[in-house]
Design a protein around this ligand. Sequence first.
Ligand code: HEM
Length: 398
Amino acid sequence: MSRPVITTDARASGRAAAGLPRPPVPKPAGARLSGHLPRWGRDAIALLEEGARLGPVFRVRLWRPALVGYQPGWNRTILSDLDGFRSRGSMSQLSPFLRGGVIALDAPAHRPRRAQLNPTFHRQAIAPLFTGRFQDIVDRSRPQGTFDAVTWASAVVRRLLTEAFFGPGRSPALEEFLAPLDRSLPAPLLPRPLRIRRMRRVLRAALADPPPGTLLAAFAALPGPSDDAVEEARVALAAGYDTTAHTVAFALWEIAARPDLNDPDRTGAVVREALRLYPAGWIGSRVAVRDVDVEGVRVPAGHLVLYSPYLTHRDPQVWDQPDRFRPERFDRPLPAWGYLPFGAGERICLGAALATAMVQAAVRAFAGGRLRRVGGDPRPTGVLTLTPRGPLILDHRP
Ligand code: HEM
């Protein structure tokens, strides 16, 4: 994506300090009455890319006014001030799948809850518990011949999440609960009272007697009311499903074009690069608590403030040849606040280590075989998570 080199942030900060009027924040084309919501629904990625060509911060009118930025300084300010930028009223809270548990908490309640949850999801807890079990499951479900990577990855991730949370076996209630996340908008945003109630019932029963060595066993040991543990598990399952599945599908699609990458020694870098080029969490949002200046731009209280890992990861000022899939780039140190597939700061993805273990197991399952592209449409679209337009048809010969 080619972008002009823009230095308006520094200029705007200087003008503000000198009491001079600031330049207006640009906005992409949108209907006068309905704002940008129709374009957002049709093709949010195209809207973001158009906005990014206008400047480092641009405004869009969604269901409320929003400012979008993507440079590292913007990310740092938005993500490291939980008092000034709240989750309540932000985008994730539009979906009943993500409305609950730690995702819905704000300062000051957010920090103690994360302190309770973090040890369970830490890499040192996740890797020894699940790496071997995940690899067994994926190796057993490895397809032969022609398959759609999106459908396969989604089925495998449902199995892996079941293993991690409930232990061996299948969970029809979980499959039913997650099904709307596989559909296009507005399906993932619609209220789902029956599914949610059933999922809560199943989780409550499982938490009463959880198999040892599962995440539910750790959730059951959390202090506080047992309904908190039910909600934490429910939103984690939803937050960890299509995000992980789409990352797997995009990674396989890229490996299929470069057989040299289908090598277990390169899996770590391949997964990191898939998360860069196709960050499932393509947009993140907060609500400004009070009027504030961010990178020289006035953000009024109540405005939505968006950060976009998709735009940051494809910014030529941050990444060399950003549109190319090149895992080799991870030989170098990462740009500060320029690589954030899991967000950053105190709200960084709780499931990052679990997700990485799942994606790595799925990618490793193909090592040594021959994977090739048959056809499909990999263009990323911004649904609740970044989704390949699809299908992604591959052929695998062991
Ligand atoms: C490749 C897969 C995944 C990606 C790309 C991803 C991405 C993200 C991102 C970008 C955020 C921060 C959102 C923000 O700043 O508002 C986030 C938060 C979160 N993620 Fe993930 N995620 C993934 C998998 C998972 C998994 C497997 C789980 C749990 C099982 C999970 C649970 C959560 C939770 C609970 C939060 C909210 C944390 C908080 O607000 O303190 N995610 N994720």
